[in-house]
Design a protein around this ligand. Structure first.
Ligand code: AMP
Length: 407
């Protein structure tokens, strides 16, 4: 089934056209800087030339029109008719405590996504905008919402409750939700396929290390803890996000610098993390280069990042009473042998023995075991594919729905 996967940000629409039967991408692309004087439109067809143009795209509806007209266009010929697309899968960041699974979108679902605006003000509003625009452009096929939070619904209360008055949890749903669920789900399933085993007893620690970073403890195939929390700001130090800090720092800063709330928000979301620590860059490649050139603060940023990974691995091994495999994924996890090495070197006492040659030799895009044969804990690099998870879920739900073109 051909599924269009859509991931909308406040000024961007990312798409991926996927054939779920053959698990193959046909075309992907991105419209960015929507609403600016000029927007950038990129398309990467599987069998064709990549294109990059500047155009005037005022809103998400125009972005969707632009994407469909490219897919149908004489130059790309990716599809011959919009009716080739049988379903649309939408990435929705926050499903609050309402969505345990992906769901066919109707008015109630849209309203529930809107109710979660407060919980993810940067993500859910544009996600809903994308849903509205895509439903208007493709009104006759099923649209499915796939939530970043859904996989973490299995967290037990001891992992998701914060040490604040319980009435705040009951009144405002303040709890840990966790994110990157589709990625943690995908790589853990890839691992289960690899070892030809059912997930029933297996314990996995999945390290999604990209610009956003989170680590998840997965037991019996279910997420039992994860580093992100109420919002995607907490846990690991990330590209520009601070990760966990002592909450008192906020009170202190309000007093010392008289910062309004909006500035604190920007400080922790956009000016902290690797960028804030290094004072140089959020991009791990730049930091590694500068650290090699002797920049002390870039080196410190890398050290803080890898120290945090080690802390999470140790802590999840303790809470799960061991672990069978550690998985590295996403931009940094898949591509940086150095970060992987610093994250798990000298961990023999926990049963982790890294094979440095295998680690160095791991190729982008391939599943690679990077631990030694006799390592009690296997360590793997497994490329993530969140879009495929969204497409497969959308196809499953679309096929089962009344709106399916086959019924
Ligand atoms: P993502 O958000 O998954 O696209 O990952 C983006 C992050 O991956 C950025 O910090 C990149 O610098 C990092 N990254 C990509 N390739 C490499 C590489 N070869 N070495 C180190 N970091 C990389």
């Amino acid at each position: 089934m051909l599924v269009l996967v859509i991931n909308c940000g406040s000024s961007s629409v990312k798409y991926d056209l996927i054939d779920t039967e053959h698990q193959k991408g046909y075309c992907r692309g991105l419209v960015e800087r929507i609403g600016a004087v000029t927007s950038i439109v990129k398309h990467q067809p599987e069998n064709g030339k990549n294109t990059k143009e500047t155009k005037v795209i005022q809103n998400h509806t125009e972005a969707l029109k632009e994407i469909l007209s490219y897919l149908l266009g004489p130059d790309s010929k990716v599809i011959s008719s919009v009716s080739d697309i049988k379903a649309v899968g939408h990435r929705v960041v926050h499903g609050s405590d309402m969505f345990k699974d992906s769901v066919l979108i109707d008015d109630d679902v849209k309203e529930a996504i809107e109710q979660a605006f407060d919980l993810a003000p940067l993500h859910n509003p544009p996600n809903l905008k994308g849903i509205e625009a895509a439903m208007a452009a493709l009104p006759d096929i099923p649209h499915v919402a796939v939530f970043d939070t859904a996989f973490h619904h299995s967290l037990p209360p001891k992992a998701y409750l914060y040490g604040i008055p319980n009435r705040l949890y009951r009144r405002y749903k303040i709890r840990k939700y966790g994110f990157h669920g589709t990625s943690h789900y995908f790589v853990s399933r890839q691992y289960f396929k690899l070892i030809l085993d059912k997930p029933s007893k297996t314990k996995v620690i999945s390290c999604h290390l990209g610009n956003g970073a989170s680590i998840a403890a997965i037991e019996g195939g279910k997420s039992v803890d994860t580093s992100m929390g109420f919002t995607p700001l907490s846990g690991m130090v990330m590209g520009t996000r601070s990760g966990d800090i002592d909450p008192s720092i906020l009170f202190y800063l309000v007093e010392k610098e008289e910062l309004p709330l909006s500035n604190l928000h920007a400080l922790l979301n956009r000016h902290s993390g690797l960028l804030g620590l290094s004072g140089f860059a959020a991009d791990m490649r730049d930091l590694i280069l500068e650290a090699e050139n002797g920049d002390r603060r870039c080196q410190q940023a890398i050290d803080v990042f890898t120290y945090k990974i080690r802390q999470y691995i140790g802590s999840y091994m303790a809470t799960m009473n061991g672990c069978d495999a550690i998985i590295f994924t996403a931009g940094i996890g898949e591509n940086s042998a150095l970060i992987r090495q610093k994250a798990v070197e000298n961990m023999e006492f926990l049963g982790v023995k890294l094979d440095e040659d295998r680690n160095e030799a791991a190729k982008p895009g391939e599943i690679t075991r990077i631990s030694q044969d006799d390592s009690r804990v296997a360590v793997y690099v497994i490329p993530t594919n969140e879009e495929l998870v969204i497409a497969i879920d959308a196809a499953k739900i679309a096929q089962a729905s009344d709106q399916s073109p086959w019924i």
